[in-house]
Design a protein around this ligand. Structure first.
Ligand SMILES: Nc1ncnc2c1ncn2[C@@H]1O[C@H](COP(=O)(O)OP(=O)(O)O)[C@@H](O)[C@H]1O
Ligand SMILES: [Mg+2]
Length: 499
């Protein structure tokens, strides 16, 4: 047997079952727990679409990890299923999900909606290059356009031969009818065989007299194309809609909420999702009132609910018995104490299991959960530090270098003096003390440092600045910045004012 460096990992029984992605936010479970009330409420608002009526627009609010996206995706699956079932009179319901964290421009949102209704690749709205006006007009034209059904001819070749000789047979009639009613049961396509005439062929293809409910019917050697009068209802979810409004304003939303006044063959309904109520203040009052026909709030989960959500996923993701009994209640309690965020609770469980796996432990225990919590917090800090602007990085590095040599509780003046020293050393341009004071406040707000105001009696007031991040790890991240590499071994010259 050949020994490999992986053997030691393979010897221990696995912790994860098949697919660890089950614990990631993108996974949508079959059943959403503790959201019946919200799901039923939204379903009752959207149900008229299955009778061909336009539902009210909806705004959904709730903190991150309260299941808003999962609910929207779940409803999308359900409504598509419902529209396909025999119960639905009206079947022509399109559900379009747009994540505005990714698509955040007017162009992008309109393009995404428009392209859903454009069958031919060549007619599609390109990803860039058109004016927004042109994109909107194209979207409008295609949504309003008659619905196209394409039936491949394979299997009904005989019917077409008959048709070519002027005979309409039962097989063809039933193929056309059943395909049309798949699109819309409420406009059944009637074909009266005896009154059915096949006209003279023209160059483009062949035209036969249209059955009732059909606007145009063309066929060539490969397929039959049917344009029907079927109306459509379009449900558009704009997830993280606040990002879109902050970035691109409300012009597009204004148009989309007004488009129904002009459309004849289609109706559009907007479902906006956001974790920030404040964005509605930016909306034109008319848009705000149209958009919030219906409003819903998703409350944070409590510990019991989180426990159920975690258990449901753990059963799918882990081998039996590898999760110690207290692990899930602990993850649920930790997160319920903070924000009731299901995503973070799931992350905590996943990271705990990954730590156990890497240690080659056979079970996930509470200790792993504590370690996971520290790791996640550290990762957050590191990410925040890594993406700081250059000047803030230099200020923070100065604070850490002081602390490293035992000089903590710095004043703003100390921080500024160290900052100047590091600027000179690296050759970076310097900002004013006023600006440095502002940047210190920003770091304070981010929780990276803590700056407490301290009275110096008659001498006035100053700030007492200490870092709130792990020194060595943070310093390593800062020194990874190419501009600061040279500061690795640098010793500070400046001596702080002793407090
Ligand atoms: N009620 C629930 N039942 C099961 N899983 C849920 C539930 N709510 C949220 N989740 C899971 O938590 C994670 C975050 O949910 P998500 O819908 O993305 O939250 P939001 O969009 O509100 O930020 C996802 O993995 C999701 O599957
Ligand atoms: Mg979401």
């Amino acid at each position: 047997m050949t020994a490999t460096i992986f053997d030691k990992y393979l010897e221990v029984p696995p912790i994860f079952k098949r697919d660890r992605d089950i614990l990631r936010p993108s996974y949508i479970p079959e059943k959403l727990l503790h959201r019946d009330e919200q799901i039923n409420q939204i379903a009752s608002i959207l149900a008229p679409s299955l009778r061909g009526e336009r539902p009210s627009n909806i705004l959904i609010f709730g903190k991150t990890g309260t299941g808003k996206t999962a609910t929207a995706k779940y409803l999308s699956k359900e409504i598509t299923k419902a529209a396909g079932s025999d119960l639905a009179e009206f079947k022509n319901v399109s559900f379009i999900y747009i994540n505005c964290e990714i698509v955040d421009t007017q162009y992008g949102v309109l393009q995404n909606i428009g392209n859903r209704f454009i069958e031919e690749f060549d007619d599609r709205i390109p990803p860039t290059g058109w004016s927004t006006e042109r994109v909107y007009n194209s979207l409008y034209k295609w949504i309003e356009r008659k619905h196209l059904i394409t039936i491949p001819l394979s299997g009904i070749e005989d019917s077409i031969d008959n048709l070519n000789s002027g005979i309409v047979d039962d097989e063809l009639i039933s193929t056309i009818t059943s395909n049309c009613t798949k699109i819309n049961k409420s406009i059944p396509v009637k074909i009266d065989k005896d009154n059915y005439t096949v006209h003279k062929l023209d160059e483009d293809g062949r035209i036969i007299e249209y059955p009732e409910g059909v606007l145009e019917l063309l066929y060539n050697n490969k397929e039959i194309k049917i344009y029907t009068k079927a109306k459509r209802i379009v449900l558009v979810v704009l997830d993280e809609i606040d990002r879109f409004i902050y970035k691109s304003g409300d012009d597009t939303l204004y148009r989309l909420t007004k488009i129904n006044d002009e459309l004849e063959n289609a109706k559009l309904c907007i479902i906006g999702i956001s974790n920030d109520m404040k964005f509605t203040e930016l909306l034109d009052p008319r848009v705000r009132s149209r958009l919030s026909d219906e409003k819903l709030v998703f409350p944070p989960y409590d510990a019991e609910q989180l426990k159920d959500i975690l258990t449901q996923r753990a059963d799918l993701a882990f081998e039996e018995g590898v999760i110690s009994p207290n692990v899930i209640p602990l993850c649920a309690a930790v997160e319920a104490n903070e924000q009731g965020d299901a995503r973070r609770a799931l992350d905590l469980l996943r990271v705990a299991a990954e730590i156990a796996e890497r240690n080659r432990d056979e079970k996930v225990t509470e200790q792993h959960v504590y370690k996971a919590k520290n790791k996640i917090e550290l990762d957050c800090v590191i990410e925040a530090v890594r993406t700081l602007p250059m000047q803030s990085k230099l200020i923070l590095l100065g604070i850490l270098m002081n602390e490293e040599i035992g000089q903590s509780k710095l004043t703003t003046g100390d921080v500024y003096a160290t900052y100047k020293e590091l600027c000179r050393k690296t050759g970076l341009s310097m900002v004013t003390q006023r600006r440095v004071t502002d940047l210190i406040s920003e770091l304070d707000m981010m929780g990276i440092i803590s700056a407490r105001v301290k009275s110096l009696g008659r001498a006035g007031r100053t700030k007492e600045i200490v870092s709130s991040v792990p020194l060595l790890e943070t310093k390593t991240v800062l020194l990874r910045d190419p501009m600061m590499q040279d500061l690795g071994d640098y010793k500070l010259k400046h001596q702080t004012t002793l407090m």
